[in-house]
Design a protein around this ligand. Sequence first.
Ligand code: PGA
Length: 242
Amino acid sequence: MKIIKAKDYEDMSRKAANIISAQVILKPDCVLGLATGSTPIGAYKQLADWYKKGDIDFSEVSTYNLDEYRGLSHDDPQSYHYFMRENFFDHINVDLNNTHVPDGSNPDAAAACSEYDRIVAAAGYPDLQLLGIGNNGHIGFNEPDDHFSKGTHCVDLTESTIQANSRLFDSIDDVPRQAYTMGTQTIMYARMILVVANGEAKAQAVHDMCYGPVTPECPASILQLHTNCVVVADEAALSLCE
Ligand code: PGA
């Protein structure tokens, strides 16, 4: 695991965007695994900026997002599909046909999840997987558990995740209770993993991810076993790692 310390959120975002940009420049038709949440928004903005300046071309890139709320359609403003368009896809020249998010609108969880596994495998898995980390150490929506998950599956969100995500909804009752998420094993198939984290609230999770025991109680801890994992975090998120 390589840990890169950033001064603050801006610096973290720029460093992460530089790494993603390098991937796209080195392999224009690369497969990017993407993440939602507040943390990657700055990196997406930076990449969109560089696209506008003519520095990056996303026309051959394909993308696979980690997760989606179960029960939300693509055009629901709270869906991750919508989030990706609003925060990234609508500002770059990626072909929307090459962007993929699990189909939250499919109530048949087994069908939605196995179809997502099929298309991620057919794409050859991400060259680079971008990840945020939850306060409880989750990656994607792989919540603390007694085992590591494998393929895409339907999860019940933990109270701590529902609480953390409620800031984006009118009320906590509106937060969906389930999601479809890529499994931990699938995440580990990515050839490079880039974790972004900022703020003090992430400090314990970042510490446990980097230095704690490898345990499904902190799903991100499995990244210690990945051969090409980079963590870009600000000083506050790294404050327990000194
Ligand atoms: P956040 O979420 O970026 O909104 O903090 C990260 C995550 O839950 O994976």
